[in-house]
Design a protein around this ligand. Structure first.
Ligand SMILES: Cc1ncc(COP(=O)(O)O)c(C=O)c1O
Length: 383
């Protein structure tokens, strides 16, 4: 047995030289607005817990309430004995919340995207994707063997030209609805129009949007939402027609061949969906925080060209090289602020960034601290 030919040490050194080596950071407590790390309390501007629901008491209570009747683990895949009554209620509820006939739970959003694309597409088909789509949509297309064409970010003219010129029998357009590293949004009405005109199917990945809007989005053929971000729990689902969901249940390999998520998680997710309806102020608070942050950047005299082109909770500041992004993140951490540096391959080369995410759980004081720290970084030439 030997891994010598893999040159693991050489690969690690190469990543290190490019400032691309990843490390996990141990969080000992908390999520949003603050967490504990190395004995320090840091204001967290890097979680996707956009509404602060991850630590909402209603979610904890739901877990306590079902602790006796349900085991901790599901014990098997959904298609074996892992599909609990809580999973079933949750699937119906997710279909209802999104306005589709049916929904199917997946263990993660990554697996949902892989499952959908590999179940529906094959070598003879074409998948069109936005260049900035999440890795899981790209990986799903690759796994399916379909031809993958990536159009420039939100470029509907290019997509239209490709669709017109393409006689493929089956085509799917797949896009992030809110782009995870940019906070920009897909032009949904234009996408629906193009899909209609060219008889293509349209799939949206609403990982960073589900739970944040008061009303469901206009319908698409395939809707994917995640539960580990605004909903504050874990997992994902696909919603669509009854036929689509029935087919995925039998064909999506990342659904069929994996253990179901713990039923207690479904209980917490149902509680989170209730909170969305009973406490609409979390969404409003997030909108206020986004406005406050953007206004603060403008007041600091932030150059217009460097302001985040985003109206969502994801507010990236692009700094260029991986090294600069790491140094900026380190400087923020010294001031008690946790903002992750995002580097290639997550984002294109030369566009490393501070991915600032805002949450309803942040107070104006937290955001003012961040703005003050960014001002200092700017004066020091780091951003
Ligand atoms: C756009 C997008 N899709 C899918 C995923 C994967 O979701 P999950 O974290 O549930 O695997 C993410 C996660 O970061 C994402 O940003």
């Amino acid at each position: 047995m030997s891994l010598i030919s893999f040159d693991l040490q050489g690969q690690l050194e190469s990543l290190g030289h490019q400032q691309l080596l990843r490390q996990t950071r141990i969080i000992s407590a908390g999520v949003t607005p603050s967490c504990q790390r190395d004995g320090r309390t840091l204001v967290n501007f890097s979680s996707n817990d956009y509404l602060g629901l991850a630590s909402h008491p209603a979610l904890r209570d739901a877990i306590h309430q079902h602790l006796q009747e349900h085991a901790v683990g599901a014990g098997a895949a959904h298609l074996v004995t892992g599909h609990s009554s809580l999973h079933d209620v949750l699937e119906q509820r997710l279909a209802q919340e999104t306005g589709y006939a049916s929904a199917l739970l997946f263990s993660t959003g990554y697996m949902a995207n892989l499952g959908v694309l590999s179940a529906l597409m094959s070598r003879e088909d074409t998948v069109y994707q936005d260049r900035l789509n999440h890795a899981s949509l790209l990986d799903g297309a690759r796994l399916s063997g379909a031809r993958l064409r990536r159009y420039p970010h939100r470029d509907m003219v290019q997509l239209g030209e490709w669709l017109s010129a393409d006689p493929a029998q089956r085509t799917l357009i797949a896009t992030d609805q809110v782009f995870s590293m940019d906070g920009t949004e897909a032009p949904l009405s234009e996408l629906r129009e193009l899909a209609e005109r060219h008889q293509a199917a349209l799939m949206i990945d609403d990982a960073h949007g589900f739970g944040l809007r008061p009303h469901p989005l206009p319908p698409v053929d395939i809707y994917m939402g995640t539960l580990g971000k605004a909903i504050g729990t874990f997992g994902a689902f696909v919603a669509g027609s009854a036929e689509l969901i029935e087919l995925l249940r039998s064909r999506a390999r990342s659904y069929c061949f994996t253990t179901a998520t713990p039923p207690l998680l479904a209980a917490a997710t149902l509680a989170a969906l209730d909170v969305l309806h009973s406490e609409p102020h979390h969404r409003l608070k997030l909108q206020e925080n986004i406005h406050f942050f953007q206004q603060g950047l403008s007041e600091l005299g932030w150059p217009a060209a460097h302001l985040p082109a985003s109206q969502t909770a994801i507010q990236p500041l692009i700094v260029g090289s991986a090294d600069r992004a790491l140094r900026a993140a380190e400087a923020l951490e010294q001031q008690g602020l946790l903002v992750m540096a995002i580097r290639p391959p997550t984002v294109p080369l030369g566009t490393s960034r501070l991915r600032i995410t805002l949450s309803a759980a942040h107070t104006p004081e937290h955001i003012s601290l961040l703005l003050q720290a960014l001002k200092t970084l700017r004066e020091g030439g780091l951003v």
